[in-house]
Design a protein around this ligand. Sequence first.
Ligand code: 13P
Ligand code: SF4
Length: 382
Amino acid sequence: MARLIDSGPGCPTPTPARTPSASEARGLLYDSGVKAETDHLYPLVSDFITPMEWPAVAPLVAAINRLKKQAGAVILAHNYMTPDIFRLVGDFRGDSLQLAREAATIDADIIVQAGVHFMAETSKILAPDKTVLISSLEAGCSLAASITSADVALIKQRYPDYPVVTYVNTTAEVKAECHITCTSSNAAQVVEAVAKEWNSDTVILVPDQYLAMNVAAQTGIRIMTWPGACEVHELFSGDDVEALREGHPGVVILAHPECPPDVLEACDFAGSTAALTNYVKDQQPAKVVLLTECSMSDNVAAENPDVDFVRPCNLCPHMKRITLENILDCLTHMRHEVTIEEAVRVRAKAAIEAMLALPKMATPLAFKTGLKPMEIEVISPS
Ligand code: 13P
Ligand code: SF4
């Protein structure tokens, strides 16, 4: 029989060890001041943060928002940020093109990039007089890591007659070697524009082989590419699309153009993270699935309560390096400033500005779906 343990006077009751929360560890309390500053924000994240967790989160949010005001800082939050960052501390939210445009014109002394390192570099390239911070230097990108400026120099040496477009998911050094940049919002527009400007039947688009294949199918232009891929989107396949249709009859399937071409062939709509967001907002499908990074669905779902989301998603480990805790630490200590050698910055800026100088589209480009995947030449790195 189980023995009852007396815990009366004289019998010390063991107190379970409790680890302080991230806010407590930083001396921040959920007091009446913090409550007053944050109570109105809780409904924005009540689907993701329980009432029990909120007292640990609210002091971080209040401290970040206070520090931003004091320092004249703004937070540029990419669509893949978790909802606490995206909705509670982000000042400007969007896809990589929208954030780049914002950085170029923003009225602030300090930009905190809530996104990955290449995005922070883009901000610094366009806003050299501002202090650009990123809260984790480990927030990289498999595409940015797949190609170096030496690789691009070699490509240009091998194919001197073709314009070289780089996807914006690359380092400043790579951008500096390329003729123009593009994002998933305008890739087809950029490729068509440079093909015309160079009077060339061939365009080199690096480093994302899948984006390049998808743009080739859209434009009919001969594209050569590089063996880079997004480690998140390359995991989706045309078979996933089929399985989703079988498992969730009537579901509308949206995909990012970093997915392999058989995904775009089988899905209902494809475009940048901003294009996917707009689609859900405007079309209000009864049931939808976003084949992209996990936090996108959380952020889009919060703004479209009548839409039912199926959520098979893949996490971007780099985007997830950015947390409320490290944003607070980076603002407190003004640490992880992004710097770029001036000669590189100027050349990278020319490539970005060539893109920004193209006619501004009213909405991000939608990729046509249902197109047969196209085989294209992948340049060998050696
Ligand atoms: P967007 O430009 O569509 O926001 O994409 C950036 C990105 O990194 C997607 O993986
Ligand atoms: Fe890079 Fe892919 Fe992460 Fe976007 S989702 S930052 S492309 S690794």
